[in-house]
Structure formats: structure tokens, C-alpha cells
Design a protein around this ligand. Structure first.
Ligand SMILES: C[S@@+](CC[C@H](N)C(=O)[O-])C[C@H]1O[C@@H](n2cnc3c(N)ncnc32)[C@H](O)[C@@H]1O
Length: 281
């Protein structure tokens, strides 16, 4: 399947299939949750980096089902107003069902980050957690984020690096060489990643810091790996009904031989500051 790279930024595919609801994200989160070696979980780590203070106006773009907030309600300072947006109506409904009524500090809106339905300089902080690599016109998205931030405001943008889950890419190439083999697979090389993020943010923000999350996976079960791999955009190249057994057999043998599969993680975030209000390109 040669058009895989474009599926990562194909709005119809993202809204109507991959992120129609949280089921694919859930399969992936389950692998991280159960087999992570990190000392602090991902969303707690991200929340620490937000440096929330009282009475902040906060916008999350591509918020998915609102996981960042669900287990951290007690950590939201008094007076904060948090607007959760996503261009998938299914995701916004899930976020709303989970968070509506929790002290009234949340608002929900279906919105594409390339056309934010908010006034200039409305927010102190914008969060974009693992979503900027899906935006076809990234400069439009960053321009919009900058526009809605007040001077002195910040963007916190999380993403992955090229080595993220590289062992899963290798497994995909070995088990499905015709579909995901050399020159065909497209799991790595995100449009907005840890390697190129600073460069891409630089035209729009004045000061940029990068933080790396220390983690890896040690997996000793077959089924969470199968569920993960068949939840990804890359797996669109593989007919699940015909190939799931092939993957299962390979992983079962690997685990019988090795006991555990080590998987590299490369994940982190940028904190980008809008210091002034000078015009940008
Ligand atoms: C990998 S998920 C991350 C969800 C959530 N931020 C999290 O970390 O759990 C990416 C999310 O971005 C949303 N998304 C992708 N492109 C978008 C766009 N152009 N505007 C708004 N949301 C978008 C998807 O619908 C999906 O919910």
C-alpha cells in the first residue's frame, strides 16, 4: 500500500475511521499502561510540564477522549477554564461524557486546529498532545495556535521521535515484508517529531524548550502486541482477518525464545513561548 504516509494526514480517514472513537487509542494506551518501565505515567508527566496556575484559560487541540484531565481533576488550580477540542465529533462526545459536570471548568467543541473558532489572544496555554503530526497544513495550525495565545502564553506540544517503537516496525517488516517491508513502511518519520519539532515551531514561537520522557516497554504477552499493531494507521496495509494468525504465531515464537520483547520509546514535548506580539510569516 503506497499511500500510507498520506493516511496520517487524511482528515476523512482520521475523523471517520482511526479516531472515530477512542477504541484504537485504547488498544495502544493499554500496551503502554501495562508494560511501561517509566517511574511516572505519561499524562502525569505532561501535566507537570503544563505549570498550571489559578484562573488560567487553557485550550487543548486534538484532545481525544480527554485522558489528560480525567485522572487529574484534583490538580486543576482554582478558576481554570479548560476548553477541549478535537475535529472528531466521536472524541469530543467521549470527553464530554467523562468530564461534563466536573465543577463546570470544562467546555467542549468540535474544531479543526487549522481553523480555531476562538478570538485572538483568548488563551494562556494551548496543549497539542500527539496531534500536530496529523495536521496537513502545519503552518496554518501553528499560526492559529499563536493567534489564540495571549503574549506571554505557551504552547505545549507532545510528539514522538523516529526511534519510537522501532521494534514494532521491525516486526511488521519481518512478518509482512510485502506490505510493510523496506521502502514501503511508513511508521517512522513523523511530519512533526522530536527531531524536527523545534525547527518547525521556530517561525511561530520565540523561545522553545524540549523535554524527553524516559520510558521503554518490556512486553511478555502476545495479545496486547497484536491489538496494538492492528490499531495503527500502518496496519491499514494489512488485511486483519487473513494476517492476525500469522502475527500471533510469530510473536508467540519470539516470546517462547526470548521471554520478553524490549521496545524502545522516544517521546517528549516542546514548550514554546509566545513572548511578544510581533507579526510572524
Ligand atoms: C493520537 S490522538 C491523541 C489524542 C489525545 N491528545 C491524547 O493524547 O490522548 C490524535 C487526536 O488528534 C485529533 N486530530 C487530528 N487532526 C486534527 C486536526 N486537524 N484538528 C483537530 N484535531 C485533530 C484526532 O481526532 C485525535 O483525537
Amino acid at each position: 500500500m503506497d499511500n500510507l504516509p498520506s493516511l496520517y494526514q487524511d482528515k476523512d480517514h482520521l475523523r471517520g475511521s482511526q479516531y472515530k472513537d477512542s477504541s484504537n487509542l485504547n488498544a495502544r494506551a493499554e500496551l503502554h499502561r501495562r508494560f511501561s518501565t517509566a517511574s511516572v505515567d505519561w499524562f502525569t508527566w505532561v501535566l507537570d510540564k503544563l505549570s498550571l496556575t489559578a484562573n488560567m484559560q487553557l485550550l487543548e487541540v486534538g484532545a481525544g477522549p480527554g485522558w489528560l484531565w480525567r485522572r487529574h481533576l484534583h490538580r486543576i488550580p482554582v478558576g481554570c477554564q479548560i476548553t477541549l477540542t478535537d475535529f472528531s465529533p466521536g472524541m469530543v462526545s467521549e470527553a464530554e461524557a467523562a468530564l461534563l459536570g466536573t465543577d463546570g471548568q470544562f467546555q467542549f467543541r468540535v474544531a479543526n486546529v487549522e481553523e480555531l473558532p476562538f478570538s485572538d489572544e483568548q488563551f494562556d496555554l494551548v496543549v497539542a498532545n500527539h496531534m500536530l503530526y496529523h495536521v496537513p497544513d502545519l503552518n496554518k495550525g501553528l499560526q492559529e495556535i499563536r493567534r489564540v495565545l495571549r503574549p506571554g502564553g505557551r504552547l505545549v506540544a507532545a510528539t514522538n521521535g523516529n526511534a519510537h517503537l522501532q521494534e514494532l516496525n521491525e516486526i511488521g517488516q519481518v512478518v509482512f515484508p510485502d506490505l510493510l517491508g523496506e521502502g514501503r513502511q511508513s511508521w517512522a518519520g513523523l511530519a512533526f517529531g522530536l527531531e524536527n519539532g523545534r525547527f518547525l515551531l521556530a517561525p511561530w514561537f520565540d523561545q522553545i524548550e524540549q523535554y524527553v520522557y524516559d520510558d521503554s516497554l518490556l512486553v511478555n504477552e502476545v495479545e496486547p502486541l497484536v491489538a496494538y499493531m492492528f490499531s495503527t494507521i500502518a496496519s491499514q496495509a494489512v488485511d486483519q482477518s487473513q494476517n492476525v494468525e500469522k502475527l500471533r504465531r510469530y510473536l508467540t515464537q519470539r516470546l517462547a525464545d526470548e521471554g520478553v520483547i524490549h521496545i524502545t520509546k522516544s517521546t517528549g514535548l516542546f514548550v514554546a513561548h509566545k513572548v511578544g506580539c510581533f507579526p510572524v510569516p
